[in-house]
Design a protein around this ligand. Structure first.
Ligand code: G3P
Length: 217
């Protein structure tokens, strides 16, 4: 399972990279705005900065919503750095663009996916990644994890190579549940990754080992 961090915060990206388990980064316009990154040039520069920190894929989202504009913007983003994956929304022109990018060798991440049907369409169009938003489904009392299971089942039925990128991860249990269900990638906040290393018995055990060592030395 690949671990991506879902943020545009460079300090958090550096911290996750330093942990040694980071495989990539996802961003979106909201995450950019949260860090105060505004204006086209600043946003493009920020993507390059992220690429220099991490070794893996970095998703950069298009703002355009029509086919021609998505193609133009996606090409510009993909030329920024070899690690860039173009993030395209699940809309009709987005699906057409996914197919275009597939045919021209540009890697994509189909975002804002909330149903198995949308995920099937993204795979048919040749998306590299599909991003089901599990947290936002949970927010409206719909089982986000069930969507991961449905997509895994459908993709395995037909051998689709599109990778399931579980997005809108909110906490560590989401990460573990997505791993159980066979998601190829998870993207979440740093806290969802760091939560994996925590267990009270580890802390208690370490405290005892260190205390016993001190007794004999
Ligand atoms: O990057 C897309 C997705 O992960 C957004 O998550 O927490 O805003 O629902 P969230």
């Amino acid at each position: 399972m690949k671990f991506f961090i879902d943020t545009a915060n460079l300090d958090q990206i550096r911290e996750a990279q330093a942990l040694g388990v980071l495989d990539g980064v996802t961003t979106n316009p909201s995450l950019m705005a949260k860090e105060g990154i505004t204006g086209r040039n600043n946003i493009l520069k920020h993507y390059v900065d992220i690429c220099t920190i991490v070794d893996g894929d970095v998703s950069a989202e298009v703002i355009a919503t029509t086919f021609d504009e998505i193609i133009k913007e996606g090409q510009e983003l993909s030329e920024l750095h070899e690690q860039i994956v173009v993030k395209v929304p699940m809309i009709k022109d987005g699906v057409k663009a996914l197919k275009y990018f597939y045919d021209t060798g540009i890697r994509t991440n189909c975002t804002l996916v909330f149903s198995a049907g949308q995920a099937l369409l993204a795979a048919k169009a040749g998306a590299t990644y599909v991003s089901p938003f599990i947290g936002r489904l949970d927010d409206i009392s719909t089982d986000g994890l069930n969507l991961i299971a449905e997509i895994r089942h459908i993709y395995d039925n037909y051998g689709f190579e599109t990778q399931i990128l579980a997005a809108s991860i909110r906490h560590t249990m989401h990460v573990i549940d997505c791993a159980k269900l066979g998601a190829d990638v998870m993207t979440g906040p740093l806290s969802s990754i760091e939560g994996l290393l925590k267990h009270p018995l580890t802390d208690i055990g370490l405290e005892k080992f260190l205390a016993d060592y001190k007794k004999g030395n």
